[in-house]
Design a protein around this ligand. Structure first.
Ligand code: ATP
Ligand code: MG
Length: 388
């Protein structure tokens, strides 16, 4: 038998002017998320209705769609008080106490909400052994009388909130194999910024496992997007040149300025509006405000750092929630960890960076990186597990 799911939109209902665009993108995202299910989707201004065969699977998928406030499995009846009463009486079976809550958006229905609740309550009292408890009932039966029919449900399953992915366009996530950047990606997606990812690899200093780990992380956050690509940048030559030409205290600063330069070019080429990364204030030498400022100087588009003000435990807790933590803590080396100097500069000077960079032709090496990017698309969440 077909099941009916009703969706209540999230924050988007507060943005009246953009409502249509929001609903359009949200619908597209839901259709994409449910592409393997046999579903029919209809909607009005404040609700979406999905008929389906496998409600458990559909609800599980919907819990990964940003922009949903809640998801309810409901029953639809004709809009008359007899049918509403009968259905409510079916829904309370097995419970001891109940309460009826009614919302009437169909103002032409002649009985007001309070009166509907009273009539339905009286019917249930008469036709079952249950008692009314308005403060702490075993079950609340919600009745929504709407244009499209009347809907009854008992459980409100929370959605993950946020804005529909893509409503803000796309950004470029600097995705390393660490804990922070996948969490940063998740948070950007939650604000409606869809993502492509960039990963800098330095073979043979970094292993194929390190790359697969990043691809696995990309596939996990892709469950919230469906559009993720990963641009893998061959960074070895540039990194070795930095190692040779730059005083080791400045190596990380210069390396990160190069990463940003490459990220900017990838953004411009692919129409990506912002760079997103997992920097967190004070976490390491390259993440002091002075370092961030000197590094940031090479780009003129916004850099968003969603975890900048979170502490590590908060980031870890979110990483666990979105299921990236276990992959992030696998031990494969990242290109940064291999070239880490003993005493990286904490308060770098911009002038020194510029003079060190003038000692080699970095533009050529940056362009070489861009020319040799390998772009990986079409992620499924299980794709990379076997390689780790
Ligand atoms: P994470 O846990 O996310 O790796 P981290 O604490 O290791 O972060 P850093 O290594 O200083 O911190 O990196 C800061 C941010 O720079 C990362 O969160 C990520 O966004 C980006 N980054 C670092 N290394 C790479 C890389 N090899 N490829 C792509 N982005 C990177
Ligand atoms: Mg890292």
């Amino acid at each position: 038998m077909k099941k009916l799911i009703m969706i209540k939109y999230g924050e988007l209902t507060t943005k009246k002017a953009n409502r249509n665009a929001f609903i359009k993108i949200l619908t597209k995202n839901i259709e994409k998320m449910l592409k393997d299910e046999n579903v029919t989707i209809t909607k009005d201004r404040v609700r979406m209705y999905i008929t389906c065969d496998d409600e458990v699977k559909v609800i599980k998928n919907l819990q990964k769609v940003f922009g949903l406030h809640s998801i309810v499995l409901c029953e639809k009846v004709n809009t008359n008080i007899e049918d509403i009463c009968k259905k409510a009486n079916e829904l309370v079976i097995g419970k001891k106490t109940f309460k009826i809550e009614t919302k009437r958006s169909l103002k032409s229905f002649p009985i007001n909400s309070m009166e509907v609740s009273r009539k339905v309550g009286a019917y249930v009292l008469k036709n079952s052994n249950l008692k009314v408890d308005v403060h702490n009932p075993d079950i609340i039966v919600h009745v929504e009388i709407r244009n499209e029919g009347t809907f009854l449900y008992t459980d409100d399953i929370p959605g993950i909130g946020g804005y529909p992915v893509g409503i803000q366009g796309k950004g470029l996530l600097m995705l390393s194999g660490g804990i922070d950047s996948p969490v940063a990606g998740y948070l950007a997606l939650k604000r409606g910024v869809d993502l492509e990812c960039i990963y800098f690899e330095s073979p043979p200093h970094t292993s194929v496992e390190a790359k697969n780990k990043v691809l696995k992380l990309a596939s996990i956050i892709n469950e919230y997007s469906g559009n993720i690509k990963v641009h893998v940048v061959p960074f070895t030559k540039l990194q070795e040149e930095i190692y040779k030409k730059v005083p080791h205290t400045y190596m990380i600063t210069i390396m990160r300025r190069m990463m940003y330069r490459i990220a900017l070019k990838v953004c411009l080429k692919n129409n990506l509006k912002v760079i997103v990364n997992g920097e967190s204030i004070g976490q390491v030498a390259s993440q002091t405000l002075d370092s961030m400022s000197v590094i940031n100087k090479v780009v003129d588009i916004p850099v968003i750092r969603p975890v900048a003000c979170m502490d590590k435990l908060e980031i870890i807790s979110l990483a666990n929630k979105i299921n990236t933590y276990e992959t992030s803590i696998l031990p494969y080396e990242d290109c940064c960890t291999i070239f880490v100097p003993k005493h990286p500069i904490i308060h770098p000077s911009l002038d020194k960076c510029i003079s060190y960079e003038a000692t080699f032709d970095f533009e050529k090496l940056v362009d070489e990186c861009i020319d040799n990017i390998e772009t990986i698309t079409n992620f499924e969440s299980d794709d990379y597990t076997d390689y780790l």
